[in-house]
Write a protein that binds this ligand. Structure first.
Ligand code: AFP
Length: 327
């Protein structure tokens, strides 16, 4: 593949089933529209909050809703998804019964960055419709290991798409002139270890002892193994994991004691952790709850939260040891 391989050309020559390729193209097209809307959000009045809270009690930004509408409409007009579910919708929406795939997404990850010019993202998980064809919410309660594909878009200085359909993770850059996604980094390989960690250290007082010890370890100077690590945290999972995918290190959002209603941290399993985990694993990295692979967690609810440790194999293994209390 050369630098001018477009997303559609890549997908048609990749051996990915055509229906699955179509779902990924629809997600990419939706992402392109979101990227356009983000560039003009300050002008079009799409900044700020709606005044509502979402199903999880979080403040909803105008761009959260717009991004959600864009993706739902993209899948509605493409006709290639049986069911869609999202962070912004309490219940999944049946679109095309009979289509082989369902799609779950976080339409605008890190949306609190929009009003201040920071990067944001979109995360998409593609699941196979179970063989019985059932389209209830239970049909979406599938472990990450069975995802058909996953992708994310990072809306930063450039718009970037990273996708996997189970044979490697590939990075595409949006060409602002042609409006095509162009393959710029095929078969990504995350460094085996890195020098950076991303976490919200302001929450340290609420961390469990293992998490605190892990953080202290990362911050303790030790020349022989490259410590202390540096902190890079943007408040957008996509942007932070994107850096770590390219440069190595670890992103973590642990379980904590802050909110007794959220003993498992903040991030959602089905449309944040599972797809980001699949992409990083396909690039040779790891994604863990701190106790075991994210991909093996059997979901019990659509909006379920889990702790997440994702990144280079070295740092994720280390985090698991600290969380287990063996270090
Ligand atoms: P929002 O989409 O509500 O801004 O949340 C973003 C996010 O889910 C994830 O992208 C960040 O890594 C994480 O939350 C940031 O949460 P904290 O503000 O608690 O650090």
């Amino acid at each position: 593949m050369n630098a001018q391989t477009s997303l559609s050309r890549f997908l048609s020559g990749s051996g990915i089933p055509p229906n699955l390729a179509k779902v990924l193209l629809t997600a990419a097209a939706g992402g392109k529209r979101i990227s356009r809307e983000l560039r003009r959000a300050g002008l079009s009045g799409e900044t700020g909050i709606t005044g509502d809270k979402n199903v999880q009690g979080e403040v909803v930004k105008k761009m959260d809703l717009l991004a959600n509408e864009i993706l739902v409409e993209a899948f509605r007009s493409a006709g290639d998804a049986a069911l869609v579910a999202s962070e912004e919708m309490e219940e999944p929406l049946v679109l095309f019964p009979g289509a082989p795939y369902s799609v779950l997404f976080d339409p605008l990850d890190g949306s609190s960055n929009v009003d201040t010019g920071g990067s944001v993202g979109t995360i998409v998980s593609v699941q196979r419709v179970p063989p019985d064809g059932g389209l209830g919410r239970e049909s979406l309660l599938q472990p990450g290991s069975t995802q058909a594909a996953a992708c994310y878009l990072n809306y930063g200085p450039a718009t970037t798409l990273v996708l996997t359909a189970g044979s490697g993770a590939h990075l595409f850059s949006l060409d602002p002139d042609s409006e095509d996604f162009i393959l710029t980094m095929p078969s990504l390989q995350i460094p085996k270890r890195g020098k950076v960690y991303a976490t919200n250290e302001g929450q340290r007082a609420y961390h469990h002892p293992g998490t605190r010890k892990f953080l202290e370890y990362l911050q303790t100077p030790e020349k022989s193994d490259g410590r202390p690590y540096s902190t890079r945290y943007s408040g957008c999972l996509v942007t932070d994991v994107h850096r770590i995918l390219l440069e190595g290190g670890i992103y973590f959002y642990p379980a904590d004691t802050r909110d007794p209603k959220k003993p498992h941290g903040k991030l959602r399993l089905l449309y944040e952790c599972a797809p980001m985990g699949m992409i990083v694993e396909q690039a040779g990295g790891r994604a863990s709850t701190g106790r075991g692979p994210i991909s093996e967690v059997q979901p019990t609810q659509i909006h379920q939260r889990v702790p997440l440790y994702v990144g280079s194999p070295h740092e994720v293994a280390m985090a698991e040891e600290f969380e287990a209390g063996s270090r």
